[in-house]
Ligand binder design. Structure first.
Ligand SMILES: [Zn+2]
Length: 56
């Protein structure tokens, strides 16, 4: 993907259990992101992925 960007999630995101798409601002839940890999927005083709960083 050409325009890949990373966003660190914070406690507010955890409380809302989802994020707003940076392109269309549609709210997409973490469950939907994990299930579909993209934004729920109609006509929005933005891909969304969740990645867990484990440090020792
Ligand atoms: Zn979107």
């Amino acid at each position: 993907m050409a325009g890949e960007q990373r966003v660190r999630l914070n406690e507010i995101d955890a409380m809302e259990m989802g994020i707003r798409c940076p392109n269309c601002k549609t709210y997409t839940s973490f469950g939907d992101i994990l299930a579909t890999g993209q934004c729920r927005g109609v006509e929005c083709t933005t891909g969304l992925e969740l990645e867990l960083v484990i440090s020792e």
